[in-house]
Ligand binder design. Structure first.
Ligand code: ADP
Length: 261
């Protein structure tokens, strides 16, 4: 099949535009839509069985009870299965969010709340489950926003998860809530980990992008989190970006319009 799409080049021979017939573009859009529908269907279908498997694993864990020789052998295996299932659940929910965003189906439930409280709550949860994590939290303002609390929470969780993941052994993180200017509030999540090169800084917010030199085994992930975070922040009319130096660490910052009191 001859594809009716052709490059339009400038004087040096670089491709400036691609031209194509309206029919061809329509076909490509339909193809893209079919792919997105498929992804959504698969994620939906996977969610129920995987969630129920997790339930059964937890049931088995609670049934183990006494520290018998047999139980001592079984327990670590169950914990590992649970870890892998959690990874699958995370992937499925990221894929579902991805298709919601792409198909413009992510509804924001706006409410007014104090951003400082949300940040504090999330850090408490992290500190509870990561015993060797050290977080320094600085509030430079008490800032109200009108936003979707769950979605903004998801962004903060993403940034802190990454800060921990790409930190090596030094699990030290600095979080700040501040005024980047009079009309906005900013949240910064700073780590002292592996950092990101200038070239990759532009790419980390792209869908499915992962810094290639990093060992996939060391840092598991799907390259969806930062893309989703960017979409969520943009839908709130905010910005998200990163300052980073390889080997020294990174600070991811997002801003949101301030809700006037
Ligand atoms: P992933 O699931 O791969 O972590 P993300 O979308 O959250 O996906 O991040 C995309 C990529 O950006 C990561 O694979 C990693 O290479 C890089 N990255 C993200 N956060 C950090 C960080 N705090 N320090 C260094 N690299 C990071």
């Amino acid at each position: 099949h001859l594809c009716q799409i052709a490059p339009l080049k400038d004087q040096e021979g670089n491709v400036e535009y691609w031209i194509s017939s309206a029919i061809e573009i329509q076909k490509m859009k339909e193809e893209e839509k079919r792919k997105e529908d498929f992804l959504k269907l698969v994620s939906h279908e996977l969610k129920t069985p995987v969630t129920s498997i997790k339930g059964y694993i937890q049931l088995l864990q609670s049934m183990l009870g006494e520290e018998t020789e047999e139980n001592k052998v079984v327990k670590p295996y169950l914990n590992r299965i649970e870890g892998q299932i959690e990874r699958l659940i995370r992937l499925i929910s990221e894929m579902l969010d991805l298709s919601r965003i792409e198909q413009n189906e992510m509804e924001l439930k706006l409410e007014k709340f104090l951003l400082n409280d949300l940040v504090e709550e999330i850090i408490e949860d992290f500190s509870y489950t990561n015993k060797n994590l050290r977080v320094e939290l600085n509030h430079y303002c008490e800032c109200n926003v009108s936003a979707d609390k769950d979605r903004i929470g998801q962004v903060i969780v993403n940034l802190i998860t990454n800060a921990i993941k790409y930190s090596g052994d030094d699990k030290r993180i600095e979080v700040r809530v501040f005024h980047p200017d009079r009309n906005h509030v900013g949240v910064g999540v700073k780590d002292f980990g592996i950092g990101i090169s200038d070239k990759d800084k532009k790419l980390v917010f792209n869908r499915f992008f992962r810094v290639p030199s990093q060992n996939e085994e060391t840092y598991s992930g799907f390259g969806i989190g930062l893309y989703l975070s960017k979409q969520i922040i943009h839908r709130h009319h905010g910005e998200i970006f990163v300052n980073s130096e390889p080997g020294k660490g990174s600070e991811f910052i997002f801003t949101l319009p301030l809700e006037q009191n």
